[in-house]
Design a protein around this ligand. Sequence first.
Ligand SMILES: [Zn+2]
Length: 511
Amino acid sequence: MSASHPKDAAAVILLRHDTNQTNPVVFWVKRSTKLAFLGGYHAFPGGQLESGDAGIIVANCDDQERAAMINCAARELFEEVGVLLARGAETLTAGQRASLFDDLESGRMTWTEMLTHYGLQLDAGDFTFAGRWVTPPFAPRRFDTWFFLAHCPAKQEPHVTADSELESGEWIQAREAYGRWQRSEIIVVPPVLHGMKSLAGGLNENLVERFLSVPEAHREPNRRMEFHPNFICFPVRTPTKPPATHTNCYLIYSAKEILIVDPGSPYEEEQQALAACIDQLLAEGRAAREIVLTHVHPDHIAGVNVLNDHLASKHGGRIPVAAHRLTAESSKGQFPVDRFIEDDQILTLDGVPEIRLRTLFTPGHARGHLCFYDERTGALLSGDNIVGFGSVLIDPTDGNMRDYLNSLERMRALPNLSVLFGGHGPPIANPYEKIDEYIEHRRLREELILDAVREGAKTPKEIVARAYTDVSPQAHAMAARAVLAHLEKLEADGCVKCEGETYVASRYPER
Ligand SMILES: [Zn+2]
């Protein structure tokens, strides 16, 4: 996966046919928690542009690009929730629409053939443009998404179709949908949140104006994202491990205070953008409480000094830096750590809402790694233990595989997880599935490595050649570090023995 050029996509904000004007009812869907990308998120039906979407005539539309996107929107709406928003569809029975759906899904007909064959016509008047949002470059997949407002035709009822990547779908009052976000019950991407907020203001004449009122609705890069209330995700560009290009700085705030987690960019432009965002939060009457670090890696700490210099010159003083004792040891000389954070402490932000973060000492990726758990909402800042983009490197001796797996198990055992905010990539709204996937991935790799040793591979390099056949040769040096971490664990488990520079399988393994 790489953070490539954004792909064209369209989504439909589907309103109920005869909906209430002051508190409209909209159809939203929940993405399957099994999906690797944005699994468990609430969304509007939609998807990626296909080659067949271009070249279809759309009535009342002379712009080819817009026509293609309307086609994409209409096709995705039909494929995902079974609603056929085309002129002429009103003459079809539900049974006929179902057989059209089968024709399309089975590949007996393309979307274009289906429209032509049944004399259906798309009309631009049925699809009101409501903004175009581009996924910021911190995500593994990026989309340039056109949003369209549409009314569900009378006598059609949306339902999540069997082949879609969706878990469920429902009509919901826009205000209730927004309320669910405010109560931390759901995770949505910024354009969906903006859509809910805009709709909650009612279906009056300036609805479209409200949709288009923010620069992000015109493809401006989105920097400050609030997937979960009071937790701002602010990705900053860093020299991090590819394919990731950004590290997430988190700004956790109440009405009175802000906590700044991992200001990691060494680049001036990025530091200034972050400072501007913090300035805005301070201007609303808050105090900056502390800079908190998850771990010592440069892409998580490189902006600490500059941020504190900024706070000192603009806001009357630097603020304390807090980290684990081991992080302070490894970062010596770069900046003073004013307060040590231990395992199982509570970090409280005063004000409304009162935010209480429980600290978890979770070494493995780095010796002094910390996670922060909001017990009220189930949000977990997972640092680099679990990330939304890229993979986690366990590099000895700062990294330790045994510790890492124990840390994953400990995170897995938290009773109330709703979302993971990792050091890189989008938040993870299917936390338990994702942690299981991480544990399973390491277990499988360990099996392969142990098999390779039993078959005679003696050095990390030889083991990589056998156990990492799925990894490109450029990544082999890094893979050798990971193998070493696995070997250390296998040695501690009594499965292999280290003899100088080489490893052999134990004669009497414990398993
Ligand atoms: Zn790291």
